[in-house]
Design a binder for this molecule. Structure first.
Ligand code: SOE
Length: 398
């Protein structure tokens, strides 16, 4: 029986900017590469602008449009609500969708505050009892190399985990003329680099090690405190939305966050999330050092995983490159022959594949909203720590 004859799963998506585009690509492609228990149907796209949403739906392959997310949730042809909006609307939309019996995929970070995340997690736990599931879109768990690293840790290949060294390095706002887009406004994004990309390395570190952070201590900095005002909808683009951009607005979020922490298994961890790493575009990097072996990864070479086997004689040891494109590697077998490689968008296809399978099997997907709440609590702890300057020890000048 071809997939076109089998059961379907109506998808409704809210938002059609960068995340909406990459999620659309995932929903559009997943059935062509994975045999799913139900075929996703791109039923409706929701956005505030009727014209913008209609154009996006036409280009991205959505069958219908809505301009009110409440109507999207109410549609009978929508069984899954995919939330691709800024964080200030995640809680309201997700809770209403879950209460309406719709499965929810929500972009990260889960929310803009711990209180919102707690309410979302409670709604998800209640919904799961009714067979309605929720997942957070921490897509980097679905990079084959990162999933393979987690496998090796779980198999004991690295031994006792001693260190996690995680960075997420970007440089898209180094220019002081880059406008005050929504990712730079606390009321919309909740925080700056810390929540946007720091959330990813927190989840990735916890996913690979299978451990959770128990304590953190951090620093944050805002290097450029005022920027030209932008159109609210502008996400990553430099679209000021208001012509000259002469009027300036205060930046009320962090440009960079550095923090250290202890993991529940005793390892020490360091994290760096910055949008000012000039020359680094989307460098999610993580290195895990164990008593028996280490792994190292850089998203800017996302098909490669570096492995050091400490059991080898020192004369032979050192990090060797594993090309994570074999059929036996996570997800890779669904795509191309070894060596052809995958990209950023494939991680979202893997994400929706796992979500559809979880829904069909009645097994709650991961990362759950509880996992998202945990990350939210880490973010809040870093912010509290960074706000307490008394913890810093000044160095006397010579
Ligand atoms: C901007 O920092 C951004 O688009 C993040 O919001 C995404 O989560 C990340 O995958 C790429 O960079």
């Amino acid at each position: 029986m071809s997939q076109s004859d089998g059961p379907t799963l109506g998808i409704g998506m809210v938002g059609y900017a960068f995340m909406g585009r990459v999620h659309s690509q995932a929903w559009r492609s997943v059935s062509a590469f994975f045999d799913l228990p139900a075929r996703p149907v791109m039923a409706a796209l929701c956005g505030r602008s009727a014209d913008g949403t209609a154009a996006a739906a036409e280009q991205m392959g959505w069958a219908a449009t809505e301009t009110d997310w409440r109507k999207l949730i109410a549609r009978d042809d929508v069984a899954v609500v995919d939330i691709c909006t800024p964080g200030d609307s995640h809680a309201e939309i997700a809770i209403a969708a879950l209460e309406a019996g719709k499965h929810v995929l929500c972009e990260k970070p889960l929310a803009n505050t711990v209180a919102e995340a707690e309410a979302m997690a409670a709604a998800a736990r209640s919904a799961a009892e009714r067979g309605v599931y929720a997942m957070v879109a921490f897509n980097y768990r679905r990079v084959p190399a990162i999933a393979q690293a987690a496998r090796w840790v779980a198999e004991g290949r690295l031994g006792a985990i001693r260190h996690v060294r995680a960075q997420y390095l970007q440089d898209w706002i180094v220019d002081p003329e880059f406008p005050l887009v929504w990712r730079l406004r606390k009321e919309l994004a909740g925080s700056g680099a810390l929540g946007d990309i720091g959330a990813h390395i927190i989840d990735t570190a916890q996913f690979i090690t299978g451990q959770r952070l128990t304590q953190v201590s951090g620093l944050t900095e805002t290097f450029i405190t005022h920027r030209p005002l932008a159109g609210v909808s502008a996400g990553l683009s430099a679209d000021t939305g208001n012509g000259s951009g002469a009027e300036m607005g205060e930046v009320d979020v962090d440009d960079a966050a550095l923090f250290v922490g202890r993991l529940s298994g005793g390892a020490l961890a360091s994290f760096e999330a910055t949008r000012f790493a000039t020359g680094r575009k989307n460098a999610l990097r993580i290195e895990v050092n164990g008593s028996k072996a280490s792994v190292a990864f850089d998203f800017e070479a996302m098909n490669e995983l570096w492995f050091h086997d400490h059991a080898l004689p020192a004369e032979e040891a050192g990090f060797r490159r594993v090309l994570v494109t074999e059929a036996g590697h996570p997800y890779a077998g669904a795509w191309w022959p070894p060596g052809h490689g995958l990209g950023y968008e494939h991680t979202f296809t893997h994400e929706v594949k796992d979500f559809v399978e979880a829904i069909a099997s009645g097994i709650a997907p991961a990362p759950s909203f509880d996992d998202g709440l945990n990350v939210q609590r880490v973010l809040a702890a870093v912010e509290r720590s960074a706000a307490d300057q008394s913890r810093l020890t000044a160095i006397e000048e010579v």
